[in-house]
Ligand binder design. Structure first.
Ligand code: LLP
Length: 420
């Protein structure tokens, strides 16, 4: 199991103190289930390693934006990293503060900038010169100064999947490293901007520390140049991206990762600099599973298929990135295992959740798809007019619905037919 909150008791999968089977009986499938304890431990691993340092954790809302999940982090003292005004609205609804929220993203609209400025976000992570101009204009129209940090593309190889690598020259993200100093000078000269920081985000599911150290080195070189141009950089935001164990990956321990990076700031003589982290996956990924029921077993000449009631619309990662998620039985069986492709009911060959999995299953059995807490529900869709799954939060012996299962009639409630 990828987190101790999910474990077997006498062959029955439990989430903390609750049998997973009873959750599926009570709330139906497909069902996202999160563990409050796992969320808390992951957050504390970051926060404890930051303690006593000028270092802050901003939870990347995009990885899991359920209000209850955000609220668990908010109660632990987290800040947030958002990429849309929709995410800002979620942070506020979950009890979070705009003043602890940084606004990232490559294409913020003027309307989003206005909302965020009015709410009083802590910093805008800006990614281009035209965006600086747009933000300056919006801030001027409101008679405010916008706090900005430039997302610089450090051109380091994060050694991860090309779709989730973001710090290379060929990516659409950030200001090119070579243009950064001049871009900072432009920002300095805009009356309604207040330069406060620098940031980067080099990718996701990164399982080594070295790309971060390379990125920090490049950012600190730049900080020294920018400060010699008369600006003061209060914080360095190192982005998110720390990977998790889906299968046999061995990412660094969260605390070791944070301590190594902070030590590197000290080694470079920047120990007093405030450091921001923007983790997503490593906080929520292994704190959630997706429960699904086997509808049919379909033996084939080349492959056996276990057709389950969850699909690519519920968990897009396998179809999108060929991502691997462990799949385990909710009730262990003594019977001998066979190889199955675990697939959903959506009419696409790409609709698979796991390939060549050794499983002892029968029709009607429940399976748990592990490590589904990050980029799971948030990337779900209504393709094939499938209502989205419910979400449950387990806290010790208790389980709460934190998002109701959608009803089909909600899916076309905003649609209408032509009058004639
Ligand atoms: N900050 C920024 C600016 C980001 O773009 C991201 C993720 C994060 C923080 C959080 O990164 P994390 O700690 O979660 O790696 N849908 C893909 C992942 C896309 C990540 C995009 N950016 C997946 O399912 O693997």
């Amino acid at each position: 199991m990828n987190d101790s909150a999910f474990h077997y008791v006498d062959g029955a999968l439990h989430v903390e103190g609750v049998p997973a089977a009873s959750l599926a009986e009570q709330f139906g499938t497909p069902l996202y289930v999160y563990s409050r304890d796992a969320l808390t431990r992951a957050y504390r691993a970051y926060a404890d390693a930051c303690a006593g340092r000028k270092a802050t954790v901003h939870v990347a809302v995009k990885a899991n934006s359920n209000l209850a999940v955000l609220n668990v982090f908010e109660r632990l003292g987290a800040g947030f990293d958002i990429v849309s005004s929709g995410e800002l609205a979620r942070v506020l609804a979950a009890g979070g503060k705009a003043s602890n929220t940084v606004f990232s993203g490559v294409g913020k609209s003027a309307a989003e900038m206005r909302e965020a400025l009015e709410a009083g976000v802590k910093c805008f992570n800006v990614e281009s010169i035209p965006e600086l101009h747009a933000l300056n204009e919006v801030a001027k129209s409101l008679g405010k100064k916008a706090p900005v940090s430039l997302r610089v593309n450090p051109d380091v190889d994060a050694k991860t999947h090309p779709y989730i690598s973001t710090g290379l020259k060929s990516n659409k993200f950030g200001v090119a490293f070579g243009d950064a100093r001049a871009t900072y000078r432009e920002a300095r000269d805009m009356a309604n901007l207040d330069v406060v920081g620098i940031d980067c985000h080099i990718g996701s599911q990164i399982t080594e520390v070295s790309p971060y150290l390379d990125a920090v080195d490049k950012l600190l070189d730049l900080v020294e140049q920018i400060e010699s141009d008369g600006m003061s950089i209060r914080h360095v935001d190192v982005g998110g991206g720390l990977g998790i164990t889906y299968d046999d990956e061995t990412p660094p321990d969260i605390g070791d990762f944070v301590r190594t990076l902070l030590a590197h700031f000290e080694e470079r003589g920047h120990g007093q600099r405030e450091v921001y982290f923007e983790p997503g996956r490593s906080l929520v990924g292994n704190a959630g599973v997706l429960l699904t029921r086997v509808e049919y077993l379909k033996p084939g000449e080349e492959k056996n298929f276990a057709i389950v009631d969850a699909a690519m619309n519920d968990l897009a990662r396998p179809a999108m990135y060929e991502a691997f998620h462990r799949i385990v039985p909710v009730m262990e069986r003594k019977a001998s295992a066979r190889l199955y492709d675990v697939v959903g009911p959506v009419c696409e060959s790409g609709d698979w959740l796991g390939r060549d999995r050794e499983l002892a299953v029968e029709q009607g059995d429940l399976l748990a798809i592990l490590s589904a807490g990050a980029y799971g529900f948030v990337m779900s869709s209504n393709y094939n007019t499938r209502a989205r799954a419910a979400e449950i939060m387990v806290d010790g012996e208790r389980a709460r619905v934190v998002r109701e299962r959608e009803e089909v009639k909600q899916l076309f409630a905003g649609e209408s037919i032509l009058p004639d």
